[in-house]
Ligand binder design. Structure first.
Ligand code: ADP
Ligand code: MG
Length: 387
């Protein structure tokens, strides 16, 4: 049954509409978003789909087809940050859509009548593919349309990020929500995280005879364990020592001079990663604009080395994907997302997709790791109304 049908069965009446918002993978530019730098995500064909109807009595009802939990019933006026714990607990998932309602209300938008929401998602959770942003953005877009708020996609993304930061309590950057809200089919999204300006960069893999594989290692990333906050604090400290507001302001040509000013070995590594990854985003854009899609491969692989050796957020499974892809003849590969597990991306010639996948699966078996899930990342549409 489709999501609208499930809504009708659950709540006993028809929804006002149905919306979808995708998960994403990041092509290049990792941990650069909170440094006000550049990122380049693309939307996946995997989406969160929400059927929604407005209410008038201030009640918010939330239900997910993918979670074994009853309908969460809340009052819009009583929503407060961190009032719902969003951990792995069955009920905690509701903090993501509830946080969006809170963020809209807190920004002065008229959502106080409440809503009934039922959703289902095909975005794998906890795989670094932003299932959380998909939930937030689909909720934000549905309420924007139904309440006629007139907010544009970047504004909705920022409110969704605020929901995750302040209401759920996860200190993520804005990339995931921007990708889910603003991506378009056949493109990667060049995002400047300083002013949220975007450009759609053509990334038509099929036209070039290429495929981008996502390899979900099934190792759960735990960004909450403090590593993310530690990297973030290290980057802020680096910027402070270098006398810039954010590491985005350190030009790549100035990197050697900047590194010479940093005595702390760890801060040096973090700064080197951020400044060089911002540069790699520019390199990839230049190559894609020139139609040299294959040439981005080595840049992706360099990006992985930087995440592994300088930022130190990789893990054995992600490193194995990248080394194995390289040996098996892939054009380039890197881990993507927050790290410590989650997913890697592998750029291959179409004809090599199968043999490369096979070698990765075999290498995981040989290493005694859980079999990864491998699927193609087809650059897909951002959030939209379906019905
Ligand atoms: P990621 O965004 O990388 O997938 P997160 O830890 O940020 O990982 O978000 C995963 C959380 O989002 C899940 O633990 C759950 O609370 C919520 N979530 C994601 N998809 C769904 C869904 N379909 N139904 C209910 N909750 C979901
Ligand atoms: Mg997330």
């Amino acid at each position: 049954m489709d999501v609208a049908g499930q809504f009708a069965e659950l709540y006993g009446y028809e929804p006002d509409g149905v919306w979808s918002a995708p998960g994403r993978v990041n092509l290049i530019g990792e941990y650069t978003d909170f440094n006000e730098g550049f990122v380049m995500p693309l939307a996946l064909p995997h989406t969160a789909v929400a059927a929604v109807a407005l209410r008038t009595d201030g009640v918010l009802r939330l239900h997910s087809a993918d979670i074994d939990a009853p309908v969460a019933e809340l009052r819009v006026e009583e929503l407060t940050p961190l009032s719902l714990s969003a951990g792995a607990g069955q009920g905690g998932w509701a903090a993501y859509p509830a946080g969006v309602v809170w963020a809209l209300r807190d920004a002065g938008h008229a959502v106080s009548g409440g809503a009934d929401i039922h959703l289902a998602s095909t975005v794998p959770t906890g795989a670094g593919l932003s299932s959380s942003a998909a939930l937030e953005v689909v909720t934000a877009l549905a309420l924007n349309d139904l309440c006629e708020l007139g907010l544009d996609a970047p504004r909705l993304a920022v409110l969704a990020q605020r929901a995750e930061n302040a209401f759920v309590g996860v200190p993520c950057g804005v990339m995931d929500q921007m990708a889910s809200a603003c991506a378009t089919e056949g493109h990667a999204l060049h995002l400047d995280c300083r002013d949220l300006t975007t450009r759609q960069v053509p990334f038509d893999l099929a036209a070039h005879g290429l495929r981008l594989l996502v390899v979900d290692t099934r190792v759960k990333h735990e960004l909450g364990d403090g590593a993310y906050a530690e990297r973030r604090a290290g980057c802020e400290e680096g910027a402070r020592i270098l006398g810039v507001s954010h590491l985005r302001d350190v030009q790549y040509a100035q990197l050697p001079a900047a590194l010479a000013k940093l005595t702390d070995e760890k801060i040096r590594r973090y700064v080197r990663h951020i400044v060089s990854d911002d540069h790699r985003v520019e390199q990839v854009i230049g190559l894609l604009d020139a139609g040299e899609v294959r040439a981005i491969g080595p840049v992706l692989t360099e990006g992985h080395a930087s995440l592994r050796d300088d930022l130190r957020i990789s893990c054995a499974e992600l490193d194995l994907v990248v080394s194995c892809a390289d040996t098996a003849g892939a054009i380039g590969a890197r881990m993507t997302g927050g790290g410590f597990g989650g997913s890697a991306i592998v750029l291959v010639e179409e004809a090599d997709a199968e043999p490369v996948t096979k070698s990765i699966l075999e290498a995981f078996t040989a290493a005694g790791f859980t079999a990864p899930r491998v699927f193609p990342a087809v650059p897909s549409a951002g959030a939209r109304r379906l019905a």
